[in-house]
Design a binder for this molecule. Sequence first.
Ligand code: BDP
Length: 642
Amino acid sequence: MAVCAKWALAAFLCAAATVRGAWGALSGGMLYPRESPSREVKDLSGLWSFRADFSPGRNAGFEKSWFSGRLSETGPVIDMPVPASFNDITQEAQLRDFIGWVWYDRELWVPGRWLSDEGLRIVLRVGSAHYYSIVWVNGAKVMEHEGGHLPFEADVGNVLRKNPSQPCRITIAVNNTLTLQTLPPGSIQHMDDPTMYPPGYFVQNINFDFFNYAGIHRPVLLYTTPNVYIDDIAVQTSFADNIGIIVYQVSVAGSSEPAVQVTLTDKDGRCAATSGGSSGTLRVTDVNLWWPYLMHENPGYLYSLEVRPQAAASRPTDLYALPVGVRTVRVTDTRFFINNKPFYFHGVNKHEDYDIRGKGLDWPLVVKDFNLLKWLGANSFRTSHYPYAEEILQMCDRHGIVVIDECPGVGIKDIRSFGNASLAHHLVVMEELVRRDKNHPSVVMWSVANEPASEMPPAGRYFKELISHTKALDPHRPVTFVSNSNFNRDLGAPYVDVICVNSYFSWYRDPGHVEVIPIQLKTQFENWHGKYQRPIIQSEYGADVVSGLHSDPPMMFTEEYQEVVLQNYHKVFDQKRKEYVVGELIWNFADFMTAQGTLRVVGNKKGIFTRQRQPKSGAFILRDRYWRLANETGSFQCFVAT
Ligand code: BDP
């Protein structure tokens, strides 16, 4: 039985990998689906039928072609909300901890005019699913995608038009198995000792500290475009005096020589600049720059770039309106500049994580978190440890919250995860990430990994290639990865633009001894800057608190201990930010769920807010500090915490 399970899991990942090349699901751009006079969007969020494949080889769904008819006809199904992780929806530990294929389906009517209009493309898009997905429409396979956190889509018009009088059925199978070559990596361990484990027993090992939530995490959408359509837009912005400069490139699909008309409108809908041609430069007089929150009285200013390809007179014209912020980013040996002003990151690390829905996109939570960020006086966050929903980045653009955009390169600890197959996949993921997020003004830096074993010999070549490839994809943003290796033995650090370093003095090292923080932190900064001459961000620091636990003098896990850890770090930040420290990001914004283990009491408790977003004492310490920092470092100096 164990052999069968092993074979089946490996075989599926392998089969899936082979087909992916042939399907090439990611050939085009990845513009966020927006409605316009030429585009309609149908959101398929809601209840889907769901079934986990509990068969010993996790293989029954493929053996019995569960995609060929309704899932409910294959056996018992349950209601499953989309978007949401499936893990915490029921009372079954078996489903919470499930590894293998889960199956979703739902039926819907596609608007008749979409089907009858041959001039329309109908695109099916999945915002993200963890981790390997195969999608069928009416039993026909339309796409596969490897990796969570990023969208994938396919034109399904032809399949839908075969059966215009029937409701259409969408089936999605998702496999959350992690291997040494996936991102994040993991490994399946088979427990073959029959005196210790039941037959076929296996576990998923992971090297990251958040619960391995799975399922369809972001909305599934159907949307239309005309056949001649805007496939991608890329903008690069700068300014000189009061003139904003937007260099744009538009790729139009479905026509060999499309003329393109581009209009930039300001917030009030007034035309700020126009241009023709699929690439060009727009100049905006009296430009309103995009500024971070608390750096300017009017942060997050967005223009709208309206792009219209000119199709033949008889054909409909596409229109896509892209929000554009005009800003620059620059890094020196000691400073991080936004719009030529020194920028100091006073922010947080987050997770996409909440009760019941796990990693599913949840608007009330998103809005609450932005309100808390503003309450806190935070101007930035890192998308630890994977790309967040596009809807969250759009909020960052609008509110001026600065983002370090991290790919799911977390837990790369095994030497076998530094091989060619892993690197090739990592490069693809960076491409998908840059393709998706390149136009967000809030995104100021890419992070290619979190805490890899960057002292292992293959790490030098791996990070050299990964970082140079990322810079080639986007020459306009700095690139980093987040290290907790020894500064002297870190083989990736020579290639980054900004050093991001995590440390947990008085927690994992010298537990209980907060008095060692100042000396150790000072040494840390001096070592890293001395060796690499780069600006440094303290990309994680913190301490677990079980909310409501108190002790004086402070003890680990109490509110007082978190306070005193923070205060000791802050003393050193205040010295070193005058030199080359350009940011501090607390670990973590909120408590979050993790795998079970002896170090975790129902999850990681390093949040300054509980998982339900109630402040611990540390939140007030940070709030006081962040507003003070804003008054000192923002160029607009009359903020008060409200
Ligand atoms: C850091 C990791 C982060 C963990 C944190 C912790 O980057 O994902 O959650 O430690 O242990 O090393 O709390």
